[in-house]
Design a protein around this ligand. Structure first.
Ligand code: AHR
Length: 485
């Protein structure tokens, strides 16, 4: 049986910020991971050279910091200026201590080394709107204000130009410390934060907290849609002892959520009219977008690690590719940050003598290299996976882009571990190039000693493409045309 792919140009660019990453002051993501001044592998800034090298392969256009939940206790002034004067506190969220030696300036330095735009998250739980506004001024101030001059006195003459600012993090989560925001309190507080921050720098883009709850999302957008650029949602899939296909069920739920949020966003005007000039900063200038600013597989554990030191298998790499397909296919998503980049729920793992890629890094690198350009809408009638415990999981997931050089790239994931499928792409020319990633088994993992992922490249006939069980394929066609395209 052949599966036919139908392709249609959309005329819209896929926003490359969907390939963003996130780092948090949690366990050894930053301290002892990215930042390790004692290590032989670190450069003059205390940043691990091998991590920089690997991060450049992932090439995140944007990097989010410092949390996550740790944001609830994060006071940015603890971690700027001379290191010996910085304030060290207990890490009340993830255990250990909150090491202030990697603060705002070090984060910016790291972003510059890997070519990412910084994205900062402000503390709404135990911080104030004024503190957040001061952080904006410290980062972006160009005049001779106290905070712009403070940055200069720390050795940074040029502004950091931080464009993306998250207004809190998962503020609906009652167990987190600090002020617990029900939706009305979130709206009231978020507005005050945004006022201080946008009055400080009118050009910044804000990301407000969204959730799985439609009621929350509608309430925050009704009140704040004129002053926010993005609505954040977070998603973690897990296996939960329910079998190898279970995370794909989570991925399907994410797709449904994105669909509902996109529909909700469509009910707000693209342009904000009649914005009260007495706010003294401009309203939102573009259509509201979704920032999926935390996403990954997380098998939570009820112990002191919380399961954050996840070791990913080949199935998790397929899941990652499916989520990338979903993001490429969803015009409402204009920002996404995999949570997280190093050691914690991460594609990059560091050890004392080196570092290595987990399985999930491989689709990230492949997509980052090939899957950018104009979104091409894909439709296909996928069979469902017969072996899956929960029914209705389609075997194939796909997305496509038309690159600026005219190459069509189609990504296909076969997440069925027991069946190969033959896919047909209606095309002139007849041949294309296929890069195929496979793992040695669904539960295979990479280690420092070796990778379980193989990459093969071959020429394929486009009306008969064999997509093997448990594989990720990217098919490139130069000068693609078809009557329907
Ligand atoms: O990424 C780990 C945690 O997951 C983040 O700190 C939090 O925002 C989310 O719940």
């Amino acid at each position: 049986m052949k599966i036919y792919l139908q392709l249609k140009r959309s005329g819209q660019e896929v926003n490359t910020n969907i390939y963003g990453q996130f780092i948090e002051l949690a366990q050894n993501c930053i301290n002892g991971g990215i930042y390790d001044p004692e290590s032989q592998l670190s450069d003059q800034d205390g940043i691990r050279r091998d991590v920089v090298e690997k991060a450049r392969f992932l090439a995140p256009p944007v990097l989010r910091f410092p949390g996550g939940t740790v944001m609830c206790q994060y006071h940015w002034e603890d971690a700027v200026g001379p290191v010996e004067k910085r304030v060290r506190r207990k890490n009340l969220i993830w255990g250990g201590e909150l090491d202030p030696s990697f603060g705002t300036a070090e984060f910016i330095t790291f972003c510059r080394k890997i070519g990412a735009e910084p994205m900062l998250c402000v503390n709404m739980a135990s911080g104030t709107p004024e503190e957040a506004g001061n952080w904006v001024e410290y980062c972006n101030g160009t005049g001779h204000t106290y905070y712009a001059d403070l940055r200069r006195s720390h050795g940074y003459e040029e502004p950091f130009q931080v464009k993306y600012w998250c207004i809190g993090n998962e503020s609906y989560a009652e167990p987190d410390i600090g002020v617990h925001h029900d939706v009305q309190l979130y709206i009231r507080d978020a507005f005050e934060f945004i006022k201080f921050m946008k009055l400080t720098d009118k050009t910044i883009k804000t990301i407000i907290v969204g959730s799985d709850s439609e009621e929350w999302n509608r309430s925050v957008l009704d009140a704040l849609h004129s002053v926010t650029d993005y609505l954040s949602i977070h998603h973690y899939s897990s296996e939960n002892g329910k079998g190898i296909y279970e995370p794909f069920v989570g991925g399907r739920h994410l797709g449904e959520l994105i669909g509902r949020v996109a529909e909700l966003i469509d009910t707000y005007p693209e342009n904000v009219l009649h914005f009260n000039p007495w706010y003294r900063f401009p309203p939102r200038q573009e259509k509201i977008a979704i920032a999926l600013d935390e996403w990954n597989i997380w098998n939570f554990k009820d112990d002191e690690t919380y399961g954050l030191l996840e070791r990913y298998n080949w199935r998790d790499a397929l899941w990652t590719a499916c989520i990338l397909n979903l993001m490429i296919a969803s015009p409402s998503i204009k920002m996404a940050n995999m949570a997280q980049m190093v050691n914690v729920l991460a594609p990059i793992i560091t050890e004392k003598d080196g570092s290595w890629f987990q399985t999930t890094a491989y689709p990230l690198m492949l997509y980052r290299r090939h899957m950018t350009g104009e979104r091409v809408d894909v439709s296909l009638q996928s069979p469902v996976i017969e072996d899956a415990q929960e029914g209705g999981i389609s075997a194939l997931s796909a997305s496509a882009v038309l690159r600026s050089d005219g190459t069509l790239c189609t990504a296909i994931v076969n997440r069925d571990f027991s069946k190969d499928y033959v896919v047909c792409l209606d095309s002139v020319p007849r041949y294309g190039n296929m890069i195929c990633l496979t793992g040695t088994s669904p539960r295979a993992r990479c280690t420092m000693e070796g990778s379980c992922v193989q990459q093969n490249e071959m020429q394929v006939e486009l009306d008969e493409i064999l997509v093997r069980r448990g594989s990720i394929a990217i098919i490139s066609v130069n000068n693609y045309t078809t009557s329907a395209f």
